[in-house]
Design a protein around this ligand. Sequence first.
Ligand SMILES: [Zn+2]
Length: 179
Amino acid sequence: MGQYVPKLEVVKIYVSYSKICNGLGLFAKNKIKKNEIIFRFDGKIVYQDYTNVSMPYALQLDFNKYLIPKGIYKYVNHSCSPNSYVKLINNKLYLIALRDIEKDEEICYNYNTSEFDMGIDAFECLCKSPNCYKIIKGFKYLPLEEKIKLKPYLLSYLKRYLSEEINAVLFLSYGNKKV
Ligand SMILES: [Zn+2]
């Protein structure tokens, strides 16, 4: 009967061998414009602490809350110079283009904008970008100035954590001046 309407992700992305790490990655089927939704992550939400459990595909949404992506979504890789970012809207997680993405370009985001502490899943980054962090361990471990740079792209729980950290630093420096 009706015309077959492919799912959004089938239209925009495909899986192939990653150019930035060993394994698979996601690539743009066609040009994707800045600010465009690339896809909505499909998966299961779990409430537990995975810091010391190996869950390499789990995506952190809050403290003790993760999304375990289903299907091809788990292949989105990390880059220290990403072309996309994750955004939580009404408890659904989306991947959004940070800039225009060319056809056949690998789609990646900065894991430090979603993961607080990657624990035993910390890894050595092979992205080769000039600002590469080298070891990806999670937001917690970044220097404060790096955390502030990432602010527009952070999930809201990390934005809250960052403002608390900034307040603590301001409080300390104010305290030092008074001494
Ligand atoms: Zn890197």
